[in-house]
Design a binder for this molecule. Structure first.
Ligand code: SF4
Length: 462
């Protein structure tokens, strides 16, 4: 998963991009980059780590120009190394051409092989670089036709921003897997993955970029074309953005994430009520569904776990030992709320189960009498090929155990998941969502080679 921004016609384009990326930090913590152009020179800064670590006042000043694109990365294709940090920038016909991509292409292998046979030399191991090669090899008299020809060759999930000389381009795949919205910013515009980035930059929400649409922003002027107009029934917005990934204060896919999460909690309460002393959440992302659950059953909603927000990058390491340690250091229970109580704990999702197990242990140690866990989505049983980096199927607890076995594994008194029907029921347009990680029904053909490291051959430069 990643966050992307594009800024056009703003005298402090880099600063706006920085703020936008800061608001999108939750979409990727591995690396960040901003590219700008002052109609003479192109400037770029890329770095591993968080947005606030990568830039300071001076480095932002050095990113001159009134157009910018930016990217915050969570690797879903390719290793987490410095050459894979976006934006990916080249010079094409004496002009800068840069791309920032959120999502995963599903026809990467086919396109890559074809390009390689034609002589392309790749600098990264990301699917996103393929788009730049396709642009470089396609006749480009007219900007709109050029992008239409190239984007219609892509399959899978892609929300994109490009810097093409003085023009900022935004596009969304025909199924609309990932969000992308447009905001007005004085005389200029901002494109961003989520509306929370618009709020932070004081931009006024204009609209979402439509699935299959390409938007071209030059100065204060906008033009739009479709490279593939998808009938509404074939849309496949990622439902997991609503369940977990997007910020609760964002509006995506025509709805406010906070409201959707509360509705998920209410539906969960209707499906699986329990008589208990209180409802609490696993903070932060479980909080909104927990609130909905408590409101529906008219039970007290309490804060039983306090999150420590001061956990730096040091702890975000993909090893089992550190993941367990992170759980223990991250959440501290309030004993007076929990001790001797029969509690309902609402969580947004369970992936491996090890995190939930550690959290339950913490609650037991704090003296909980009974723990009934409720999950505001169905069991995650299948991998995602559209831009969310779930672990291998064998590591997904629900693909190996049934619900009773998971309850036993995480040591709760009862465990219930919201049904697929229940989850879809609370969406404004239930038919417009992808739910493949829950149902196994993939809306777009999955890749032939399913490895995240598909373009890396035998060598992995971590
Ligand atoms: S498979 Fe799941 S995570 Fe991936 S796009 Fe579909 S709903 Fe989202």
């Amino acid at each position: 998963m990643c966050g992307i921004v594009g800024v056009s016609n703003h005298k402090e384009a880099a600063q706006v991009a920085y703020l936008g990326l800061f608001a999108l930090q939750h979409r990727g913590e591995e690396a960040v980059g901003i590219a700008t152009y002052d109609f003479k020179n192109v400037y770029m800064t890329k770095s591993r780590g968080l947005v606030t670590d990568a830039f300071d006042e001076q480095s932002l000043k050095e990113l001159k120009g009134s157009v910018a694109i930016g990217h915050t990365r969570y690797s879903t294709t390719g290793s987490s190394n410095s050459k894979n940090i976006q934006p990916f920038l080249v010079t094409h016909k004496s002009k800068p051409l840069a791309v920032a991509h959120n999502g995963n292409l599903t026809n990467t292998e086919i396109l890559y092989q074809k390009l390689e046979e034609e002589g392309a030399i790749f600098q990264t191991t990301m699917d996103s670089e393929i788009i730049i090669h396709l642009l470089a090899r396609t006749k480009n008299g007219d900007l709109k036709e050029w992008f239409r020809k190239v984007l219609s060759q892509l399959q899978g999930a892609f929300s994109l921003v490009f810097l093409v000389g003085d023009t900022i381009v935004g596009a969304r795949d025909p199924q609309g897997f990932r969000p992308l919205c447009l905001g007005r910013l004085g005389e200029g515009y901002i494109l961003a993955s989520e509306t929370s980035a618009l709020d932070l930059t004081n931009a006024k929400f204009v609209r979402e970029i439509e699935p299959g649409e390409i938007i071209f922003i030059t100065g204060g002027k906008i033009e739009s074309v479709f490279f593939n107009k998808t009938p509404a029934k074939h849309l496949s917005h990622c439902i997991f953005e609503n369940v977990y990934f997007a910020r609760p204060d964002s509006k995506i896919f025509g709805d406010t994430v906070y409201e959707v999460r509360k509705r998920l909690g209410k539906e969960l309460a209707r499906e699986y009520p329990v008589k208990a002393d209180l409802v609490m959440a696993i903070p932060d992302s479980g909080s909104y569904a927990a609130l909905g659950y408590a409101q529906e059953l008219k039970l007290p909603f309490e804060i039983g776990l306090i999150r420590n927000h001061y956990i730096g990058r040091t702890f975000i390491q993909p090893t089992q030992f550190l993941r367990d340690f992170r759980v223990r250091v991250k959440l501290n229970p309030i004993e007076s709320v929990i001790k001797g109580k029969k509690i309902i704990v609402v969580e947004d999702s369970i992936v491996r189960g090890t995190t939930s197990r550690s959290r339950v242990e913490v609650l037991r140690r704090a003296g909980a009498k009974e723990i009934h866990m409720r999950i505001s989505c169905p069991p995650i049983r299948h991998p995602c090929f559209y831009g969310i980096d779930f672990p291998d199927k064998k590591e997904l607890v629900a693909s190996n155990k049934n619900v009773e076995e998971i309850a036993e594994f995480i040591k709760v008194d009862s465990l219930k998941y919201l049904s697929l029907e229940g989850m879809l029921k609370v969406m404004k347009s239930p038919k417009n969502f992808c739910h493949a990680c829950f149902s196994g029904q993939y809306p777009v053909a999955t890749p032939i080679n399913k490895s995240k490291y598909l373009l890396e051959g035998a060598i992995r430069d971590e």
